[in-house]
Design a protein around this ligand. Structure first.
Ligand code: ATR
Length: 282
């Protein structure tokens, strides 16, 4: 039976035309017999405030926010949950009684994907490559869950800044290492899980890997949050080196599932979400 009060959802960013979020969320609504709909909105920076006002006054219940507005959007919100405050970025907003609240489900999405693949976070040494928006969310969440973090980024200052913030906000120490082959090789020998959050290897430059193959050792679990292609060069190399690998669809699906929980208090069908995305990317 169809829901009697259909709500609107969407993704706001620029550009958004290649996003898989509409496909994923609409598949969930269909599967659960909900009459809601999810669309992509390509919005210019100067129009963001007006767009959100319109959504608040319309029939919108929630939006995902993507590049480049995850930080910019904060100024238009009435409240921020703890995680969004920590990360200082928002990827999910909810409209409720004319109030707009901001959340960040990226970090939890990543951790859920790791857990789904059988990984425990507490007490593990996790090396995060990158220090951009996604890395921030993942680093805070992993740190909250008791991981011992190491961050390595091409621009060292960004990694240092993130490490300092984690220390100040959570009281936890995070090691920062050079984004060089020798430093990464050294740290990998004591690393349990490596997570690539850089854009290296993303379509169309699919032959590139953020690190050299011969630094990988078979004890390592390697996760790439790049999901196009599904099997990145890094994951191919890792598989060849005997590592356990986790592709980027896991995080995409789980951050979406967390958004759906916030908006509708539902447990999203992860298998359906994964299936439509894999079909599309193939
Ligand atoms: P996102 O929100 O997806 O995390 P982002 O904030 O733009 O995107 O971050 C992109 C990350 O990929 C950064 O860590 C960036 O490194 P810099 O901080 O040095 O820019 C990293 N990155 C992008 N291109 C890279 C490359 N060719 N080599 C290494 N790192 C790269």
């Amino acid at each position: 039976m169809m829901e009697e009060n259909p709500k609107l959802f969407g993704l706001v960013g620029h550009p958004v035309q290649h996003s898989l979020s509409p496909l994923m969320h609409n598949a969930v609504f269909k599967k659960l017999g909900l009459n809601h709909s999810y669309s992509a909105f390509d919005i210019k920076k100067d129009d963001l405030g007006v767009f959100l006002d319109r959504c608040r006054d319309g029939n919108f219940l929630g939006l995902n926010i993507t590049i480049p507005y995850k930080v910019d959007v904060i100024r238009y919100l009435d409240s921020l949950d703890e995680k969004a405050k920590l990360v200082n970025a928002v990827n999910t907003i909810k409209f409720e009684d004319k109030i707009i609240s901001g959340y960040n489900t990226d970090g939890l999405g990543c951790v859920r994907a790791l857990e789904e693949a059988g990984e425990k976070i507490k007490g593990k040494r996790i090396l995060i490559l990158g220090a951009g928006g996604a890395a921030r969310a993942i680093a805070f969440q992993c740190s909250l869950e008791g991981a011992e973090l190491v961050i390595s980024n091409r621009t060292m200052e960004k990694a240092m800044k993130l490490s300092k913030e984690i220390r100040e906000k959570l009281g936890k120490r995070t090691l920062v290492v050079n984004f060089s082959e020798s430093s990464i090789r050294e740290i990998i020998s004591t690393t349990d899980i490596l997570i690539n959050t850089t854009s290296v290897g993303m379509h169309p430059k699919v032959r590139r890997s953020p690190i050299a193959t011969d630094v990988l050792d078979p004890e390592l679990t390697v996760m790439d949050i790049v999901y196009n292609p599904i099997e990145t060069q890094l994951l191919k190399n890792a598989k060849r080196a005997g590592c356990k690998t986790i592709d980027g669809i896991g995080m995409l699906v789980h951050q979406g599932a967390e958004s759906l929980r916030i908006w509708l208090d539902i447990k999203a069908p992860i298998d359906v979400m994964r299936r439509v995305i894999v079909e599309k990317l193939k």
